[in-house]
Each structure stands twice: as C-alpha cells, then as structure tokens.
Design a protein around this ligand. Structure first.
Ligand SMILES: C[S@@+](CC[C@H](N)C(=O)[O-])C[C@H]1O[C@@H](n2cnc3c(N)ncnc32)[C@H](O)[C@@H]1O
Length: 331
C-alpha cells in the first residue's frame, strides 16, 4: 500500500520506498530524499534528479520556484476555461480513488481533494515539488509514469494535464491507465499544442511566436517524447486503442493576451500571457540547449517573444484539447 491507500501491485519494496520518501520516521528517508533532491543544474536552472524512481526519463521543464509559478497561472487559466470545474468527465459523486499523473506542484489534485473529501487522491510526479500542507485525503508520491505499478481495476478516475513532451509512448500509457481503472471508471487527458497560431495572419512565419511551437516539436523528436500529440489526435486514438468507450473530445482556443473582445476570453488570454511571461526563458531552456542554440540565440529569441507578447496586434492563440473516456463495464 502506498500512503494514499491505493493498491500498488508488484514490487512491495518499491511501494515501501515511495512511502519512506515522505516519511520522517523511516531510517532510510534521508538517503532517499537526498536522491530525489539530487537535482541537475543546466545553465543555472534546476531540473529533476535521475534516480531509481524517475529512471532515465528527462523532463524538459525546470522544477525551481520560478517555473513552478507558471503552473499556478496555468491552473487558474484552466479553471477559467472550465468555468471553475476541474474536469469534463461525468464522474459520480462517490469516486473513491483518484489519480493525478504528473501532478507538478499539485494545484489540480489539491482542489480535487478539497472538493471530494470522501475520495482518496494521489498525485504522482518525478519531482518532489508539492506543498506539505494539503488536504488529508491527498498524498503525493514520486513515480515515473513509465514505472506504472497501480493495481488493475482499482481506480475511479485518472486525470492528467500538460504531459506533452513527457511521454515516449502514449498508447502504452493509456493502456496502463485503462487496466488500473475500475470498470466504468473515467480517464481525462488535457493537453495544449505548443504551436501559436492566428486566424488573421498576424502571427507570421518568422515571428518568435510562430517559431515557439517548432522549438518544442523539434526538441521533442530528439528527446523521443513527442510534443505534437494534439495535432496528431493521439489522445483520442490512444483511448480508442486501449478500449475506452464514451470518448468525448473538446477542442478549444486559448488566446494569448487580452486581445479578445469577450471578457472571459480576455481573462483566459491574460492568464496565458502571464504564464508565458513568468518564465519563458526557463520554459524554453532545455529544448533550446538540446537543439544546440547558443546563449545569444536564446536571449535574442526570448527578447523577441517578450516584445511580441506586449503587442495587442498579434492575435495568437494555442489549441487545447480535453479528451475523456470510460472503461467498459463488462470486459
Ligand atoms: C507541465 S507540468 C504539469 C503539471 C500539472 N499536471 C498541471 O497541469 O499543472 C508537467 C509535470 O509532469 C511531470 N513529469 C514529467 N515527466 C514525468 C514522468 N515521466 N513521470 C511522472 N511525472 C512526470 C513533471 O515533473 C511536471 O511536474
């Protein structure tokens, strides 16, 4: 059993290790904590460690305070997009076990646990960046998605958001989610394409906005963790391949900046712009370094993008896609 009471099948030792990572009482906790906090530093920014829980996975985002603040902005933005809701999947009120995969600083998991006090919620991530004071029905554990070891037929709802560029094989991942869900349980995957588009040609081919998406898609190819899954329709296809039914796909636009006339879209756009401006250097650093960009190239690009973000004439937007599906009741 892990701390949240979810059954983790397979290696009991591994589950115990996850427990002890968060337990002050365990004699081994100091060394495990050291291991997960043995961060890598790239160009003065902090990245997750490579240890027995993370494996060799390489996540492209920093895990320092500046980058983590971006998650606070995006969480607010998603709340606005969903009119205050946390998901689209039609969950029953009596969900008992809920997983948030790649939880980050845990904003979604905390809100969900607060709203569903009878549910046990667990958030997994490769970085121990979650707050300590959280609702009592929420626990976090350090776990790589690729080391999936949750039991079959055990979970009511699995949620994941913004895992673009984190997963080598979405089809295998969705199959594992399917196996761990209870019959009738729900899965929701929420992603944003990295490409910035415009409907009025204001975002032109040589602008920093229009090059932003390629930076991630090209980097994702080298990393072996694709970034174009929204364009490729991977979420729906992988859900269908895994056997999910009642699949629902919602595609929507996220304006960048307050250029929309509609007040709600203005708020969403402003939150998106804040998220980008908070740490665009940190958001792009790993990919740019991997693609061999010099310090000067990175600086110039970031300055151009910051400048473009100030312009109300550039009507850029991202595409977002929320796909939910249900595990069949009978096999
Ligand atoms: C962009 S953040 C999104 C955080 C959160 N889901 C949200 O919507 O605010 C992606 C998160 O996925 C985590 N992550 C990346 N690769 C992972 C992996 N292989 N296994 C588990 N978590 C991973 C990162 O550490 C990071 O916290």
């Amino acid at each position: 059993m892990n701390p949240a009471g979810l059954n983790i099948s397979g290696a009991a030792d591994d589950a115990d290790d996850v427990d002890s990572t968060f337990s002050e009482d365990e004699s081994s906790s100091a060394s495990l904590a050291d291991e997960v906090e043995d961060y890598r530093i790239i160009k003065n920014r902090r990245y997750h460690s490579i240890n027995e829980f993370t494996g060799e996975t390489k996540y492209w985002g920093c895990n320092d305070d500046k980058q983590n603040m971006v998650q606070e902005w995006t969480h607010e933005m998603f709340l606005c997009i969903l009119s205050g809701e946390l998901h689209l999947a039609p969950l029953s009120d009596n969900a008992e076990k809920v997983l948030d995969i790649g939880t980050g600083i845990g904003c979604w998991a905390i809100d969900f646990a607060d709203k569903h006090k009878n549910a046990v919620v667990i958030g997994t991530d490769i970085s121990p960046i979650q707050p300590q004071w959280v609702p009592p029905n929420l626990k976090f554990c350090i776990q790589n998605i690729s080391h999936w070891n949750f039991s079959n037929n055990d979970i009511d709802f699995v949620h994941c958001r913004l895992l673009n560029g984190c997963i080598p094989d979405w089809y295998t991942y969705f199959q594992k989610v399917y196996g761990s869900l209870k019959p009738g349980g729900w899965f929701e995957s929420h992603e944003i394409s990295p490409h910035i588009r415009s409907d009025n040609d204001s975002v032109l081919g040589n602008s920093a906005m229009s090059r932003w998406g390629s930076l991630f898609v090209d980097g994702g190819k080298i990393l072996g963790q694709p970034f174009d899954i929204v364009e490729q329709g991977v979420q729906k296809e992988a859900m269908e391949a895994a056997g999910f039914i009642n699949i629902r796909e919602e595609v929507y636009k996220i304006p960048i900046g307050g250029w929309q006339a509609n007040k709600d879209l203005q708020s969403i756009g402003t939150l998106m712009k804040n998220a980008l401006e908070t740490d665009l250097e940190g958001t792009m650093l790993f990919m740019a370094v991997m693609l061999g960009w010099s310090d000067a190239q990175r600086d110039t690009f970031a300055k151009e993008l910051r400048h473009e973000l100030q312009s109300n004439d550039l009507h850029g937007y991202f595409y977002g896609k929320i796909v939910s599906g249900q595990k069949q009741v009978t096999p």
